[in-house]
Write a protein of this length. Structure first.
Length: 152
């Protein structure tokens, strides 16, 4: 199973959300091989990685950073830290995508290549919300830790 995480950059951690995310990751790991995709931007991404990392000894999940950029400057300035923290760095097929659209294209690829997408989306704008809409359109399994779906 492949799980991807999306949420607002101004996310604030709560014990309830931390507990629920831990449950989701542990339950998913019981089903066999588990791969977790991370985008690495903002508070929610950091939070999701932190929770997953704390469970790594239990789940044996592979943690993969999916980068939107492959430029030399990006690799030099960002990927050295990432190489130490993640099991792998993946660059999806985005070669023809203009630089300014790379994150959006990467997010679309993440949605399309995941079995489950865990969101923390509480407002109707931004990259996480756009990914949420795309996941719904594609019929993906979605969990919104913010219970956003109740307000639709």
């Amino acid at each position: 199973m492949i799980i991807t995480f999306f949420g607002h950059s101004d996310f604030v951690i709560t014990p309830e959300v931390k507990g629920r995310l831990s449950e989701i990751i542990e339950e998913s790991a019981r089903g066999g091989e588990l791969t977790l995709y991370f985008g690495g931007y903002g508070n929610f991404d950091e939070f999701a990685f932190s929770v997953a990392n704390s469970l790594k000894h239990k789940t044996r999940a592979r943690h993969i950073f999916v980068t939107p950029y492959i430029t030399e400057s990006y690799q030099k300035n960002h990927l050295s830290y990432i190489k130490e923290s993640y099991d792998e760095i993946l660059y999806p097929p985005l070669e023809g995508v203009p630089y300014r659209f790379a994150i959006s294209a990467r997010n679309k690829w993440l949605v399309e290549n995941s079995d489950l997408i865990v969101f923390f989306v509480r407002r109707r704008f931004g990259g996480a919300y756009t990914a949420y809409l795309h996941a719904k359109k594609k019929g993906k399994q979605i969990i919104n830790l913010c219970n956003f779906s109740k307000t639709e």
